[in-house]
Design a protein around this ligand. Structure first.
Ligand code: ZN
Length: 350
């Protein structure tokens, strides 16, 4: 799969990297970054495909964050049963998906949880069994691309669902909600959704008894290209906010903090720098000087930061201080372009 990818490594918690696309933000351990990119590519694809199949309202109501725990052990600490492979949770500002990284059906589980987020918005009042069945139904959606078009194929049973359905001819939907806790419950929900979907109208109650069988693949041509996976920059403020939400939702009291002390200082410095730059751009150099000077104090090895500080001093007409900062920019310059930038500003100050 060709990924156009501006990999922006934003911040690392011990064992965590943050990858972001226009619709999703993903927490992943650096070792699993490739799996994380595959996950993001699938989610962007599914997002485009669901709207092409069902209409523009078939998207999640809020941004989605995905956490891929580094190990299965970490996953099992938050799973409610040993069989559960993924979960979807609605938080205050965003929704979260967590998937067992060791799941054999990783992409299907991820897709299933994503469809929960979509249904929460597009069809919020479905019976649990039907929502689960529809999530199962789209979890195996497959797309083949040719130019501006894609063939979307649905109807493939996820995992070993067919084995559970051997000998079952009808499904009693009045019992399905309670059967979701049994091993064959999801197979039954999938089969019932297959029989009802995609023509089911949620204004009518679903029938109490549904004949099943004759499962064949269903294909549809969609006007869509394979979405390009573009990874975007993540700001320190976003990460800090995510960290709070993450802690509230998932962290057990004994767990390690997501960011180590050193990472937190680095993030704080970066935050000050970004805010200082913004104030410089907005023509508030006196305030910018304070923030940039503090950022440079916390992380003195960064030539471009000293350069920004020198410019802010220049804008407050403090040429002396500007020269001082520039001297640091030159000292810490690591390459030709940093040296040249500092030299040019030095000339301009004379
Ligand atoms: Zn589910």
């Amino acid at each position: 799969m060709a990924l156009v990818c501006l990999l922006f490594f934003a911040a690392a918690a011990p064992g965590q990297t943050v990858l972001k696309t226009s619709h999703f933000t993903l927490y992943v351990s650096p070792a699993a970054a490739r799996q994380g990119e595959r996950a993001l590519a699938r989610l962007e694809e599914l997002r485009s495909a669901m709207t092409a199949l069902r209409g523009p309202t078939w998207v999640p109501a809020r941004p989605i964050q995905i956490w891929m725990p580094a190990t299965e052990r970490e996953w099992l600490q938050i799973a409610s049963t040993p069989f559960e492979q993924g979960l979807y949770r609605s938080a205050t500002r965003r929704d979260w998906i967590v998937v067992n990284p060791a799941s054999l059906e990783f992409i299907e589980v991820l897709s299933h949880e994503y469809v929960h987020a979509v249904l929460n918005h597009a069809r919020p009042n479905l019976a649990s069994w039907l929502a689960e069945g529809i999530c199962e139904y789209y979890s195996t959606l497959e797309l083949r691309y040719k130019g501006n078009r894609a063939t979307a194929t649905s109807g493939r049973p996820p995992g070993n669902r067919l084995a559970w359905l051997r000998g079952v001819e009808t499904i009693d939907t009045t019992k399905l909600d309670s059967q979701l806790r049994e091993p064959d419950g999801y197979a039954r929900a999938w089969a019932a959704a297959y029989a009802l979907w995609p023509d089911f109208s949620s204004t009518a109650p679903p029938p109490a008894s549904i004949p099943i069988g004759g499962f064949t693949l269903r294909s549809e041509i969609l006007q869509m290209r394979r979405p390009t996976l573009r990874l975007l920059a993540v700001t320190p403020a976003e990460i800090a906010e995510m960290e709070v939400e993450f802690a509230t939702l998932f962290r057990r009291p004994s767990a390690e903090p997501l960011l180590s002390g050193r990472d937190q200082a680095a993030l704080r410095a970066q935050e000050l720098f970004v805010e200082g730059l913004r104030l410089s751009d907005e023509g508030v150099p006196a305030k910018a000087v304070q923030l940039l000077a503090e950022a440079c104090r916390l992380r003195p090895s960064n030539s471009t930061w000293w350069h920004a500080l020198a410019m802010a001093y220049r804008d407050t007409n403090d040429v002396e201080k500007a020269r001082e900062a520039l001297a640091w920019a030159l000292t810490t310059a690591l390459n030709q372009s940093e040296r040249e930038a500092a030299a040019m500003l030095k000339q301009a100050l004379q």
